[in-house]
Design a protein around this ligand. Sequence first.
Ligand SMILES: [Zn+2]
Ligand SMILES: [Zn+2]
Length: 103
Amino acid sequence: MFCPKCGSLLRPKDKGGKTVLFCTCGFTKSIEGESTEITEKVDAGKKIEVMENLETHPKIKTTCEKCGNNLAYYWTQQTRGADEPETRFFRCTKCRFTWREYS
Ligand SMILES: [Zn+2]
Ligand SMILES: [Zn+2]
């Protein structure tokens, strides 16, 4: 590879763990790190799955804000990262209104 500035032959040189090509005129070119891998964690966009077999879930005494019923099915679901607390879901046994509560 030749220097784009003066046309001299570039020489490899170790610079802080990275190999760079340098020229006597002062021009340097990095030959590593050009293909920087960007590892981006894509959030899968977890959706709240509405459980259909709610009859299998335990019931809890809580007041439905829609119809005033005081019994609801409840379950927990990990909606965010594993280090995050679980989210509690409730569904009214009467009107099937579903809401959630962060613990
Ligand atoms: Zn040069
Ligand atoms: Zn209700």
